[in-house]
Design a protein around this ligand. Sequence first.
Ligand code: AMP
Length: 420
Amino acid sequence: MSTFKAPRGTYDLIPPVSATYLAVREAIAAPLRRSGYGYVETPGFENVELFARGVGESTDIVTKEMYTLTTKGGDQLALRPEGTASVLRAALEANLHKAGSLPVKLWYSGSYYRYERPQKGRYRHFSQVGAEAIGAEDPALDAELILLAHDAYRSLGLRNFRILLNSLGDSECRPVYRAALQEFLRGLDLDEDTRSRIEINPLRVLDDKRDAVQKQLTGVPLLRDHLCDACRAYHAEVRELISAQGVTFEDDPKLVRGLDYYTRTTFEFVHDGLGSQSAVGGGGRYDGLSEMIGGPALPSVGWALGVDRTVLALEAEGIALDLPEATSVFAVPLGEEARKILFGVVAELRAAGIATDFAYGGKGLKAAMKAANRSGARYAIVAGERDFAEGVVQLKDMESGEQTPVPLDKVVPTLRTKLA
Ligand code: AMP
């Protein structure tokens, strides 16, 4: 062990478990790739102001959880705590909304950073795959995204997740509701922190996880009873489109989410095997965000799914993904001359697209075969000078143990057929 350890709240992804993470990222991306979403990658850090304005000055993410730094040049930066603000910033900067037809559909995958109290399922460095559809107000787009996340989880074999759905209204109905909510909340017995939240961001109080607060919220006015006609109709259509696909969801009138930019549709995917950190993914519509960061009006919708928690969900359901072995063929040379020739055969196999590894380090036969076993390879090719003198290698089936000579010029086609 070295003197150093991974920083608190972080962990390393190492083989073989890391293969599951890659597969999860790929499984979440696959439905997006099939649905017109293009890949976008943005920097790991941004101007801190982007998140302050975009995510919201009063959110926990901005006030408590951002990793901020001042560069030697005096720039105020933050490690990205979420993806939406960055992706929208990038789309605006590249004028994607002017270049082609709307919506601009983008997906991304990467690391995010929040200075949170670490616990199982909650880390300071975590990984998300996300999708954003920028510049269209259409209930079918909200439904598409919810269905694509649903498809991703189902393709991984997950079953014990639920979709929570709500509408947060728009700039017409939310202010009216907000005032009604504030009036109700001001009459409650709340601590000072929560009281100040009533003035800054009262909707977040609905989201308070403490029992003592939740008890007092009986009879609290709910946004669903205050939606304007346009929001009501919009929400009804989203619900209808999802239901028509046979996908079930639960209405959660208190679902607010921890980011200020949401309007209308908001949703969360929760998994019942994860304990307190049950949200595996979430998202919603953010019609005002573009203007909040200095862009034109661009109604948009998106989500981010947590890769770490999706892996935990797989574990909770006892699902082992059917991952192909990393190595199909393992080459074992016997002797110095054989080593050079076989090294060339390995390159040929690799060029033919066959995943091949080699016994490095001048191991003896026994240690080399052990390495072959450990690699998971289906076949080993073993060859010494005598074999090469006869123009063959020995092909060993690692399952049956059977060994047969194969002419050197037939190694690639033989293995290609056997592995097909
Ligand atoms: P949010 O942007 O907070 O809605 O996060 C979207 C998803 O990212 C969540 O549902 C989690 O799966 C994941 N996530 C957020 N924060 C963390 C964290 N600190 N550790 C691990 N996963 C996280």
